[in-house]
Design a protein around this ligand. Structure first.
Ligand SMILES: [Zn+2]
Length: 361
């Protein structure tokens, strides 16, 4: 019998960084780790204000440096998403580790008490990491074979007060997983206006995944948020992120009917099959949605439309990093933090400022 290949996340090579390695650090060592990730040195660095690299004057008691050229004071978090931090460096490192090590997303209420912080602090800091991953994502157009699909998220109405009329026939069909259970007869319950209004918060994630070698799944994932799944919304996103002339596989939705104008397009009719006789499918896009869907229902329990692009991109990152070890994921997140300036979406959140616009990606 052929031995089944274990997923990479269950191998020893994946576990090359454990939580203990962060727990053992002193606060001084944690700050040093931050400094090394940012500048690769603890003594010589460019001034964030004027850009001059030098061995600046150390202000040890304040954990700062004073620039030899422009005399401004700076610390390792100056000009990063963690500027004006109040949390110890070690706690921030712990939060980053928690975030990258969680396989299915991480809700703040899972860790806040354990890390000794409030729910809001946990929420804010995890979201700062999501924003970093969003701001630094690779948007180079995809090529080769690309799987495309749209998934509906956010804006869930509650079940109506009255239940749908159910007969034993429908229950029977449902138990046997028959198609008929999806079109139940009888009276359709009325949805109250306040409940129907929740549908206005619905957003569509359009996902594009470049397929790698056979059996390797997807190489790279780009996801954008749209207001609805139609050609008007979907086509510009696909044309922006997929090189013309590439091969695109999608389902038979109306949104994708015009794709043959620019691409070698094939589609699979999902009401009939998951993969055509020629092997055409969009299963990599579906696989991405299955994870995001489970995170929405099982981990986050709700995603606000303003930040939905952050969540969607978080899962694109998790999917693309699935063949990387914990150490590599940690280093990737740390390096990206220093490629970003101060947070745009979360600045002043603790002071009550809320985002006035939506991210679409
Ligand atoms: Zn300077």
């Amino acid at each position: 019998m052929q031995k089944q290949k274990r997923p990479f996340c269950q191998t020893k090579a994946y576990r090359n960084l454990t939580e203990d390695e962060i727990t053992q650090l002193t606060e001084e060592q944690a700050r040093e780790q931050f400094t090394l990730f940012r500048w690769g040195s603890t003594t010589e660095m460019p001034c964030p204000n004027c850009g001059e690299a030098d061995k600046h004057y150390a202000r040890r008691s304040r954990n700062q440096w004073r620039c030899k050229h422009c005399y401004s004071d700076f610390s390792v978090t100056t000009g990063t998403p963690f500027l004006n931090r109040k949390l110890p460096f070690k706690t921030i490192l712990h939060l980053i580790y928690d975030f990258i090590a969680a396989p299915k997303g991480l809700a703040a209420n899972e860790y806040n008490a354990k890390r000794g912080i409030t729910l809001r602090t946990g929420f804010l800091n995890y979201h700062k990491i999501r924003e970093v991953l969003f701001e630094t994502r690779d948007l180079t157009p995809l090529a080769g074979l690309v799987h495309v699909d749209g998934g509906h998220f956010c804006g869930k109405p509650r079940r109506p007060r009255q239940r749908q009329q159910v007969t034993s026939g429908i229950v029977n069909n449902k138990l046997r997983n028959r198609k008929a259970s999806m079109i139940p007869g009888g009276q359709t319950p009325v949805m109250e206006p306040w409940n129907r209004d929740k549908l206005k918060n619905r957003r569509i994630a359009i996902v594009l995944r470049e397929i790698g070698k056979k059996g390797d799944g997807a190489n790279r994932t780009i996801v954008a948020v749209a207001m609805s799944e139609n050609a008007l919304n979907a086509i510009p996103i696909i044309r922006k992120y997929v090189l013309p002339g590439s091969q695109v596989w999608s389902d038979d939705g109306h949104a994708y009917k015009r794709l043959p104008l620019w691409y070698d397009h094939d589609c699979v009719t999902h009401s009939k099959e998951y993969s055509t006789n020629n092997g055409v499918n969009n299963n990599q896009a579906e696989s991405y949605f299955s994870r995001l869907r489970r995170a929405e229902y099982g981990v986050y329990h709700g995603m606000r439309k303003q930040y939905f692009a952050f969540y969607a991109n978080e899962f694109a990152w998790r999917a693309d990093m699935s063949k990387k070890s914990l150490g590599e994921k940690y280093a990737d997140a740390m390096e990206k933090i220093f490629k970003c300036g101060p947070s745009k979406a979360w600045r002043g959140y603790a002071q009550g400022h809320r985002l006035a616009f939506e991210y679409f990606g």
